[in-house]
Every structure is written in C-alpha cells, then in structure tokens.
Design a protein around this ligand. Structure first.
Ligand code: F6P
Length: 319
C-alpha cells in the first residue's frame, strides 16, 4: 500500500478525531501518503479528498465530533454510487481505505472491498452495538456524559421528591442504558434486549416508595420506546409527579475520555498496520486488552450481544 485515505461515516462519536490522527500519523511514520475524505461516502463520491500531513491532525486528539465531517449517504448504497467511489479512489491513486463508523459504514466498507478496494473498518459509534469488539470508540465518553446528567438529575429529583424518566440513545442496543443505569444507580433500566413487564416495573417503584424512597430514576433505552410515553404511564398509574428528559445528541458530543482516546489511537494505528500487511475487508476490535481483526463479513453476520448478567446485577443492586 502506498496511499491510504480515511473517512468517518454515520453518526459521529467522541474519539473519531483521535482515530483520524492515529491513521494519519501512523501512515506518515511508515512513509505512506495519506488523505482525508470529507463527509463520509458522500464526499468520496463527490471527490472531497485532500492530502493530510502530521500538522493537519495537530490539536484534535481532545476534540469531540469529527474533523472530516460525516454524513449518511443513500447514493452509496447503489451500485452506481459504489462504482463512482471506486473510480474516485482510482483517480487519486488511493490503494487503501480506513472507514471509521458503525454497522452501516461497515456495509459500505464491505461493498468497496468486494470491488477490489483494500478497506479496513474501525468501530466508531456511541451505541457500542457492533459485534466482534468489546467496545466501540465513543461509547465510554457517552456513558460518562449520561452519568454526569443522571447525577445532576438526581439532585433535583431528590429535592422535589420526584420520579424521573431519562431516555438515552443506543438505537436498537441497550448498552448505554445498561451501563449508565448501573453506574448511575437507576431504580429501573429498560433495554430492548431484556423483556420487561411494565406492571412489574411499577410494582417495584411502588415498593420503593412504601419503604420511604422519595425519588426514582428510570433509565429507558431509545430502542424500547419513547421515554415520554413511559413517563405518562407511570404518572397515570401512580399519581406521582413524573418528569421526563431525553438526553439526545448531548451524548454524541464532548471531549473524549482517556479510554476513548487511547482506544481510538490504538485502533486507528492497527488499521494502518493491517493495510500494510495487505489485509482487506477486516474490522478492528478489542477483546479484553488485546486488539483483534475480524472479517467484516463475519462481523456483519453476527448479532451484537449484551452481557445480561450486568443488567441482572443492576436489578439486584437497585432493590
Ligand atoms: O448511532 C448513533 C445514534 O446517536 C443513535 O444512538 C441514534 O439512534 C441515532 O444515531 C440518531 O441519529 P441522528 O443523529 O441522525 O438523529
């Protein structure tokens, strides 16, 4: 490989900049040419490609968002769009591509590698919803942001003796809700991976109130449904004062945690190593403390799993 390009695609995640920086600097370290593609696959099709050097990625390791911008690109899902992308890479003499993003971005990476472009995926999404890795870049920052919010809401919940429903992101995955709920001491956590019975949730809340609990926090993963609706159900049934807050895109921003910066740096560098070794259609992941590479095909065919023992523990600790 002589010329590597990097793009970010799909929802942004804190730590993507650290990953871009690692791809650029590791490439330069090995004497390779390196370019950045702006606006994900849309920018690739449009030819928004610019050569980067060591200085281009200075002062970004600590920044949230993505310096390369990101987009979701329906055109890239068509074979004409993919052909245009391959042609653009050929015109720029790019022979290795690093895609930082989530599962939609990896589907794009697979399509490109099937068309002969050496492509490596780096998992960047706050949702932590990818298989073949314990963590995705951005998840740690997002749960820390959520915890910070939960702690603040708890202050006012306690003062007013109110019940709060907090809706967090995660698309179809409950990872953010589960870990933030455990670490934030939520009274109940509702996630799509664990069937729940609203009646039991309400009974638990009522038992808590009978014991003298004066406030409760219920964490709802967006994959379960609207927090607003769940809040209404609780208010109707109990007659308590309930407030609902949707954390929304707050969870996508902010300076990445040390964990995310280190993870992104390691994963970005590994993507370059894989390209140097001539690999393609691989996704970088982490198992325990070790980085691993998995076939993108395998990753896309495997369902993301959540460790339900953590969910059960959160239930035990919030009796
Ligand atoms: O995948 C990241 C994510 O933030 C999900 O948690 C959420 O469902 C979705 O993106 C929101 O997408 P958008 O930013 O397009 O509203």
């Amino acid at each position: 490989v002589r010329h590597i390009a990097v793009l970010t695609s799909g929802g942004d995640a804190p730590g993507m900049n650290a990953a871009i920086r690692a791809v650029v600097r590791k490439s330069v370290y090995h004497g390779l040419k390196v370019s950045g593609i702006r606006h994900g696959y849309a920018g690739l099709i449009a030819g928004e490609i610019e050569e980067l050097d060591v200085g281009s990625v200075a002062d970004i390791i600590q920044r949230g968002g993505t310096k390369l911008y990101t987009a979701r690109c329906p055109e890239f899902q068509t074979s004409e769009g993919q052909e245009k992308a391959v042609e653009m890479l050929r015109q720029h003499h790019i022979d290795g591509l690093v895609v930082i993003g989530g599962d939609g971005s990896f589907r794009g990476a697979r399509a490109l590698s099937h068309r002969g472009v050496r492509t490596i995926g780096v998992p960047g999404t706050i949702d932590n919803d990818l298989p073949c890795t314990d963590y995705t870049i951005g998840f740690d920052t997002a749960i820390n942001t959520a915890i910070d919010a939960i702690d603040k809401i708890r202050d006012t919940a306690t003062s007013h003796e109110r019940t709060f429903v907090i809706e967090v992101m995660g698309r179809n995955a409950g990872d953010i809700a589960m870990i933030a709920g455990l670490a934030g001491g939520a009274e109940s956590i509702l996630i799509p991976e664990a069937p729940f019975n609203m009646e039991q949730v309400l009974e638990k809340l009522e038992r808590g109130m009978e014991r003298g609990k004066r406030h409760s926090i219920i964490l709802v993963a967006e994959g379960v449904g609207k927090g607003m609706k769940i809040g209404e159900q609780i208010a109707q049934r109990t007659g308590w004062e309930v407030r609902v807050i949707v954390l929304g895109h707050l969870q996508r921003g902010g300076s990445p945690t040390a964990f995310d910066r280190a993870l992104a740096s390691r994963m970005g560098a590994m993507a370059v190593d894989l390209l140097i070794r001539g690999e393609t259609s691989k996704m970088v992941g982490i198992r325990g403390t070790k980085l691993i590479a998995t076939d993108i095909d395998e990753a896309l065919d495997t369902a993301h799993e959540i460790d339900l023992s953590i969910y059960e523990l959160a239930g035990v600790l919030s009796i």
